[in-house]
Ligand binder design. Structure first.
Ligand code: GUN
Length: 285
């Protein structure tokens, strides 16, 4: 068994990205990422702070716009429209989840697709599903980089994705399909799940339940990717959706939590921001 080290790979990609950012800045183009955070959700606060820190390390312009939980949908849409018009921001990210009185659909639709570094705008989701991706959601994009770096051959392989979210499960399935894997999307309502997962050469787990996947559910020699960010009920420590301690003895390759998918997600977000900045410069030429 080998552990996929997301921290090491993220650092390597980030070093290459820094060279690109330095070159762009020397030409007078500083890529900019603005993050909008509504409310006080503790997990979102941590994610947003990490995004800003990473952007700053890379030499990007970055800003967090913090809005009260009570902000109206109208006001949020107005702010997004201003950011769409502001040329210093090449990437706009509205941290999810949003308070219940605000329509996530309306908000995602309001972001200029060219600045939608999350890849959640229906235009970018449609581009991905039609096989011509422009902005790709960061978590699945980071997982594809892991497969590339660790030489995981996907063509013709059986992949099972547990989780059907727009953020991870659905785009992950499409990226695997584009790499010629045969893909099944499973979820919380799937019957006889372990019969499916036991057939998987590649297993991506994004179901949000601590240590949900156990060794008896995994095919020997499988590649197991854990997108979970959960708390162990007993120890209260951070853990994933996969029971790492038992599954590591069955899998050929496995990601840990923390230190697996998480660092890659942020790195891919930075990469998309830099690419958005490059494209904006081309549009002006
Ligand atoms: N909340 C959890 N993950 C994400 C993400 O990747 N992007 C945004 N905008 N919100 C999230």
């Amino acid at each position: 068994m080998e552990i996929i080290d997301g921290k090491v790979l993220a650092a390597k990609l980030q070093a290459n990205l820094k060279i690109k950012v330095d070159a762009l800045r020397a030409k007078g183009l500083t890529p900019g990422l603005v993050v909008v955070l509504v409310g006080e959700d503790p997990a979102s606060q941590v994610y947003v702070r990490n995004k800003e820190r990473r952007a700053t390390e890379l030499g990007l312009n970055s800003k967090i716009i913090r809005l009260a939980e009570t902000v109206s949908e109208e006001e949020l849409l107005r702010i997004i429209e201003q950011l769409n018009q502001d040329e210093q921001w090449h990437g706009i990210l509205v941290q999810l989840p949003l308070p219940k009185h605000i329509s996530e659909e309306k908000v995602l639709l309001a972001i200029d697709p060219d600045k939608d570094v999350d890849g959640f705008h229906p235009m970018n989701m449609g581009r991905l599903w039609s096989g011509n991706p422009v902005m790709v959601p960061s978590t699945p994009a980071g997982i594809m980089e892991m497969f590339k770096d660790y030489g995981v051959d996907l063509a013709g392989k059986r992949a099972v994705v547990i989780g059907r979210s727009n953020i991870v499960g659905k785009p992950m399935a499409q990226l695997l399909m584009m790499a010629n894997a045969t893909v099944t999307i499973a979820h919380s309502r799937t019957e006889n799940l372990s019969a499916l997962t036991k057939e998987a050469d590649i297993l991506v787990v994004a179901i949000g339940q601590a240590k949900f996947v156990t060794a008896d559910m995994v095919k020997k020699g499988a590649v197991v990717i854990d997108v979970g960010m959960d708390r162990d009920e007993e120890t209260r420590k951070l853990c994933g959706d996969v029971d790492f301690a038992s599954v590591k003895d069955v899998a050929r390759l496995i990601t840990p939590v923390p230190g697996g998918v998480g660092p890659m997600t942020i790195t891919m977000l930075m990469e998309q921001t830099v690419r958005a900045a490059e494209r904006s410069a081309l549009k002006k030429d």
